[in-house]
Design a protein around this ligand. Structure first.
Ligand code: G6P
Length: 507
């Protein structure tokens, strides 16, 4: 949210997302510490500098008192961020409940949580009411800060009710809505008790965007099959009003990663990592304490495999680790020569499904390390934490093979970040099929442990000329399909859609 560019004529953009790009940590009655939030949405939007941007969202913390709220508003204003204050009960019902226990698994085809389907069904209505209430609260904050002509860009599954709330407050507001997760097939969307209200509300937006053509197609078909509306090549039509629907594949701010590799602190991290993996002794890495301990093993000329994911069931971390186990099982010659570093960033830790997943992953990692570890080496280094930007860039740069094998994802940007940092090493990317970055990667079905295991072998043995060719494909894609281009295209399409609608009304 550091939009320091001083060009006066930039278009004003109100980005509305559940989470601000910074999370607040209270340090005193009226003092706050701000930390960058995790997640693809934040990482992509931070790179967008063409607009005069304000962010509206939740700061990830409950602030019941007025002194704290005023201090936080002031601290966030410096970052051009505006908080929406949600109390604990709303967060529990809206964020943990409806968003992350119902919409998130459903949109990723995981269905409702297995063990408490009935309980979920019973609490559904109160969670949906809280969802609508939270969306109304976001709408009020937008209304307060809106200036005529602003583009209001609503993001993600947390705010599907927002386009309707905004248009009810101001019919002329330019409203776009973008989904960062998959939109499921209409047959799945049908199973949602609030299916009608959510679709109708999203349709109140002028432009609705998805990462892929398939998700856009699913949305249009849900509107035609469930609401009985007309789908056109442009979008969805309801009584003469068109909601434009299209695909806008997101990217990253690739220059930020490429430039970071030149920074001395990143170079230092890289040097230390390389030396560590070349087996030289006495080198201390500054990445983080736990990491240093974990890496104080004697890994001689090891190949480094890397996974970076939020610790979420859609990321397929257990499946990935089981594939690595299978690889070690079938390739004893590789056992001391490859390590898998898995960075698993904790997320949504109040939701029981996420707590269960954490224990499950720990159990599998422990078992495999027990099985294949030696006195001096363990095959999997698993960290339940995030790394800072510089440490992450260094890690990407020294990695030989990245495993980006989420079971289903909106658009996974870790693969883009890895490619941006690989200009010199030209490492291999193993990727779940059906992501837009595909041509240079080894594409796998993450559910097929045997296939992933053999792809690991293929990647580790890949000759340099093939690695170079594949990397070149990926690098061109990542550096041309950037987050800046994504945002500019979406906003310009939104403006065009509104002009066209005005012309249609005049005719
Ligand atoms: C995904 C979602 C984002 C979300 C992020 C982090 O990328 O699409 O909207 O912010 O995960 O999840 P969290 O629940 O911590 O905000």
């Amino acid at each position: 949210c550091e939009r320091q560019d001083s060009r006066a004529s930039r278009e004003r953009l109100l980005v509305v997302a559940n989470r601000l790009p910074v999370s607040a940590v209270r340090r005193g009655v009226d003092s706050w510490h701000l930390e960058i939030s995790v997640g693809g949405l934040v990482s992509a939007l931070l790179g967008v500098k063409e607009f005069e941007t304000r962010w509206i969202g939740w700061a990830g913390v409950n602030v019941p008192d007025e002194i704290g709220q005023r201090a936080l508003i002031k601290a966030l204003a410096e970052k051009r961020c505006i908080p929406v204050f949600l109390d604990e009960e709303i967060v529990h019902q809206y964020y943990n409940g409806y968003c992350n226990n119902i919409l998130w698994p459903l949109f990723h085809y995981l269905g409702l949580p297995q063990e408490d389907r009935l309980a979920t069904t019973r609490s559904f209505q109160s969670q949906f009411d809280a969802y609508k209430k939270a969306n109304q609260m976001f709408a009020e904050v937008v209304k307060e800060h809106y200036v005529e002509g602003d583009v209001v860009w609503c993001h993600d599954y947390h705010l599907m009710f927002l386009p309707k709330c905004l248009k009810e407050r101001n019919r002329k507001m330019k409203v776009g809505w973008f989904l960062h997760t998959p939109f499921p097939s209409s047959e799945i969307h049908r199973t949602l008790p609030s299916r009608l209200e959510l679709l109708r509300s999203v349709l109140a937006a002028d432009l609705v965007g998805f990462h892929t053509y398939d998700y856009a197609r699913h949305f249009v078909s849900a509107c035609t099959r469930i609401l009985g509306l007309e789908g056109t090549p442009e979008g969805v039509e309801d009584q003469g009003r068109l909601t434009r629907v299209a695909a806008f594949p997101i990217g990253i701010d690739s220059d930020r990663f490429i430039r970071a590799l030149e920074l001395p602190q990143v170079q230092d991290h890289m040097k230390e990592l390389k030396e560590r993996f070349a087996g030289r002794k006495g080198i201390l890495m500054q990445i983080c304490e736990q990491f240093i301990e974990l890496l104080m093993v004697n890994v001689n000329n090891c190949k480094v495999m890397l996974g970076v994911d939020r610790l979420d069931m859609i990321k397929g971390i257990p499946q990935k680790i089981l594939a690595f186990e299978k690889f070690l099982e079938e390739n004893p010659n590789w056992r001391d020569k490859v390590v898998l570093l898995q960075i698993a960033v904790p997320t949504r830790t109040d939701v029981p499904e996420y707590q269960k997943l954490t224990s499950q992953v720990h159990e599998i990692v422990g078992r495999i390390n027990g099985r294949f570890g030696t006195l001096t080496a363990v095959p999997i280094h698993h960290l339940d934490r995030s790394l800072d930007f510089h440490a992450l860039c260094a890690l990407y740069a020294v990695t030989d093979v990245a495993l980006v094998t989420s079971l289903r994802d909106g658009m996974n940007l870790v693969s883009y970040e890895f490619v941006a940092c690989q200009a010199s090493k030209k490492g291999v990317l193993i990727l779940r099929a059906a992501q837009s970055l595909g041509a240079g990667a080894i594409l796998v079905n993450p559910w097929n442990v045997t296939e992933v295991a053999s792809s690991i072998g293929y990647a580790l043995n890949m000759p340099a000329d093939e690695r170079e060719k594949r990397h070149h494909h990926n690098f061109v894609h990542v550096t041309t399909h950037t987050s800046q281009e994504w945002a500019a295209t979406f906003v310009s399409e939104l403006n065009d859609t509104i002009v066209e609608a005005q012309l249609r009304t005049r005719q």
